[in-house]
Write a protein that binds this ligand. Structure first.
Ligand SMILES: Nc1ncnc2c1ncn2[C@@H]1O[C@H](COP(=O)(O)OP(=O)(O)O)[C@@H](O)[C@H]1O
Ligand SMILES: [Mg+2]
Length: 743
């Protein structure tokens, strides 16, 4: 374990919290710090929670360090200057626009060179500053650019599109470092509905906190977090969804925040964390955010319309209107600002409501907003924000290291104490845990989810068993006559495509999980590869049960051949089909974003797979320019495999003697006439064909069906390989599809 604070600069006295450490760390650690070598992160982390006895101990021991503002000397200042962001939007083509052609281009100016697009400015020259210990709130009517600004600050807009600079303590933030030290809480609560609050937070802790932290310490951290978020009473309640009663909306929002702050990030971004909550819940959320800020984080959030009480918790405001700043400063200065602008605020009114109403009114008048924007610029010049207190001097790397040594950001894994800036980002591991740990935690979480929602599996099982039952009754004990052969072929084609269709049931489940996955990987909770692998592993037990149920309910009832080994192969090939089908659907869930679209695509593609499988039309009859689709057809391989399993037995005859007349108009003759006909025929072809001569063997049927290229085991392996292939494609779709950034 490397040292992180060996630099003498970090002697606690210089950092300015000599007394506070003893509150957080046991005395021996605190003592160790002032003399001799400073402790490593590992050593420090070992003591996390030690001050906390058992469950009844003071929950604050592990809480975010409760230092009062003036005692903290770990400054973080996020400054953003002249942020501008615009997007190209397609312009409506009007007749007048078409005819006035040239003039229009000139009017559009140098940026609007293309006549059919115009640039829309979402952020226009926005500057400001956010400090640790404070909440910066972005306000404005909906559509004013709040989410865009938060996205810009959280590095969720591609580099090239965003103009201006964002610095932390004067240094440009590298993307990798930002991901480690920041968290972004989305507007929607994307949580697994069947996990309890405690479990949800615990899984998040297992992803985000480093392996050096023991399980009991992670548990202690989660318990402290539950207290801090005010979720004690709801800890054992499931999150819930439309179908299951769960925690309240406010509690759910706090859980959403909790999973992103479990590793105590330095920068916390939230998009409208209070929207949709009643005023008490909203207040509690902001109260929690205030405590997070006071523990040494920068909190930046957007608010639609804060209540009076919430306003009291905010330290800085940025009012936006159409992407421009119309006010920037503390809430207390709002009345002064607007009275100087000539619109005095009545005492009795809610300040933000007044401001929002006024802004909306000005937006309606020509030039109104421009005046306010200009006035704000003058105001900023007249009352420049106070320079930060004497906290300069610490470089970003030092500040982060010092912050870590205080117990913050426990997901970081510092490795060296070299002093260059670049090492501060390389010092933080990109992922808190190794691959196998992630796999294990993800698999456990999925298993728990599956256990909590047995109905999902039971519905799939029910669908398979009902299909099996219907097939069993329709195709009950098929004989070995030419008719029976036809029916067998129909049974196989239907059975094989059904296995694929049942896989489509899982599409919504995958899609729901996809959003959670995007949220979690956006800030490196785990690797995409471990997700893909665990996702595949978890699927297998259910598929084994489904294929077992289907094989058992049809094999003997239909009277399929091959005995025990035949059954075993039948089971294997159905399992392989389920595997390939579920991989295919999983891949689709990575590509399409909507359930209905997903179903449409699945149903259409499966129909084509069946069409080209070789059942409706043999391979040699498919036009040459379509033959590639025949080989792509997932249904082809299991279909050919079961046919071979059925018909490869040379001892069974499928058409004997007079049965050659079945399925032809001659089949209506009396048996005596058939016998006579047969004798006549055998005389004319010079071969003795009697009642008992086998005319069609299984091998003949296979040849007739064009099944000559692959053996049955080869078909099985190809089907399984398709499954792996789609899992790999799924991985790439996740890699490419979840960039999570605006362009
Ligand atoms: N990709 C885009 N193309 C065109 N307009 C956009 C795009 N993204 C956002 N906007 C517009 O930018 C404005 C600001 O959006 P947003 O930041 O989401 O507002 P807020 O969060 O304040 O409600 C809105 O008018 C919205 O319609
Ligand atoms: Mg928004």
């Amino acid at each position: 374990m490397a040292r992180i604070v060996s630099d003498p600069k970090f002697q606690s006295t210089q950092l300015g919290f000599p007394a506070t450490f003893s509150g957080l760390w046991p005395d021996d650690v605190a003592g160790q710090r002032s003399e001799g070598p400073s402790p490593t992160l590992g050593e420090l982390l070992k003591h996390v929670g030690d001050t906390r006895g058992d469950q009844e101990a003071d929950p604050r021991a592990l809480e975010f360090t409760d230092l009062s503002l003036n005692q903290r000397a770990l400054p973080f200042i996020l400054s953003f200057n002249n942020l501008s962001y615009s997007v190209k939007v397609r312009r409506k083509i009007t007749f007048s626009g078409l005819f006035s052609g040239k003039k229009d281009i000139e009017a559009a100016g140098p940026e609007g060179l293309n006549k059919f697009t115009e640039t829309k400015t979402l952020l226009n020259d926005i500057s400001g500053e956010a400090r640790d210990g404070e909440i910066l709130a972005v306000l404005g009517a909906s559509g004013s650019g709040k989410s865009t600004l938060i996205d810009a600050l959280a590095n969720r807009i591609a580099r090239g599109s965003l103009k201006g600079s964002i610095t932390l303590n004067g240094e440009r933030l590298e993307e990798r470092l930002l991901k480690v030290i920041s968290a972004y809480v989305m507007q929607d609560d994307l949580l697994f509905p069947m996990l309890t609050v405690e479990e949800t937070l615990m899984f998040s802790a297992e992803f985000r906190l480093p392996r050096t932290l023991s399980k009991s310490k992670k548990r202690a951290r989660v318990q402290a977090l539950i207290d801090q978020l005010g979720l004690r009473a709801a800890a054992k309640t499931i999150i819930g969804d439309e179908g299951h009663r769960g925690v309240s909306g406010g509690e759910r929002r706090r859980v959403s925040i909790g999973i992103d702050i479990v590793h105590d990030p330095i920068l916390l971004f939230l998009d409208e964390p209070t929207s949709g909550l009643d005023s008490t819940s909203a207040f509690m959320v902001v109260k929690v955010l205030q405590r997070i800020a006071q523990s040494g984080s920068i909190v930046i959030m957007s608010v639609h319309q804060p209540s009076y009480r919430i306003l009291g918790l905010l330290d800085r405001l940025i009012f936006l209107s159409r992407g421009q700043t119309v006010y920037s400063g503390p809430p207390l200065k709002l009345p002064d600002f607007f009275s100087e602008f000539g619109h005095a605020m009545p005492e009795s009114e809610n300040r933000t409501e007044f401001a929002l109403d006024l802004i909306r009114e000005l937006e309606g008048t020509p030039g109104g907003i421009k005046a306010l924007v200009e006035f704000n610029k003058q105001w900023q010049k007249a009352y420049p924000p106070q320079a930060s207190p004497t906290r300069q001097g610490l470089s970003l790397k030092d500040a982060i290291s010092a912050s870590i040594s205080r117990g913050k950001l426990v997901s970081g894994k510092p490795e060296t104490d070299s002093s260059s800036m670049s090492s501060s980002s390389s010092a933080m591991a990109t992922f808190a845990n190794p691959f196998w740990t992630e796999m294990w935690v993800l698999t456990r979480r999925s298993a728990l989810n599956i256990r909590r929602t047995p109905e999902l599996f039971l519905i799939r099982l029910g669908a398979v068993v009902v299909t099996g039952f219907i097939l069993a009754t329709i195709f009950w004990k098929l004989d070995h006559s030419p008719k029976g052969v036809q029916e067998r072929l129909g049974f196989f084609a239907f059975a094989m495509s059904t296995t694929f269709y049942t896989c489509a049931d899982a599409l919504p489940v995958f899609l729901q999980e996809r959003y959670i996955f995007m949220r979690e990987t956006a800030y490196n909770a785990y690797r995409r590869s471990s997700y893909v692998l665990s996702n595949s592993v978890v699927a297998v037990p259910a598929l084994v049960l489904l294929s077992g149920a289907f094989a058992a309910s049809t094999f003997w009832a239909v009277g399929l051949g091959g005995g025990t080994s035949g059954f075993f192969f039948f089971f294997l090939i159905i399992f392989a089909s389920f595997w390939a089908g579920s991989s295919f659907v999983t891949f689709l869930s990575g590509v399409v974003s909507h359930v209905m679209l997903g179903y449409t695509v699945v149903v259409a593609i499966l129909a084509y797979f069946l069409l080209f499988s070789g059942f409706f039309i043999n391979r040699d009859r498919i036009p040459a320019y379509w033959i590639w689709f025949h080989y792509l057809s997932l249904v082809k391989y299991p279909y050919e495999a079961v046919l071979q399993n059925e018909f490869n037995d040379p001892t069974i005859c499928f058409s004997r003697g007079t049965q050659v007349f079945d399925n032809t108009p001659l089949g209506a003759m009396t048996p005596a006439m058939k016998t006579m006909f047969l004798r006549l025929l055998s005389g004319s072809i010079g071969r003795n064909v009697t009642e008992s001569t086998c005319v069609t063997s299984g091998v003949d049927i296979l040849r007739e069906q064009g099944i000559t290229q692959l053996g049955k085991w080869e078909c099985l392996w190809v089907t399984i390989a398709w499954g792996f292939f789609f899992r790999i494609l799924f991985y790439f779709s996740l890699l490419l599809g979840s960039k999570n950034k605006r362009r």
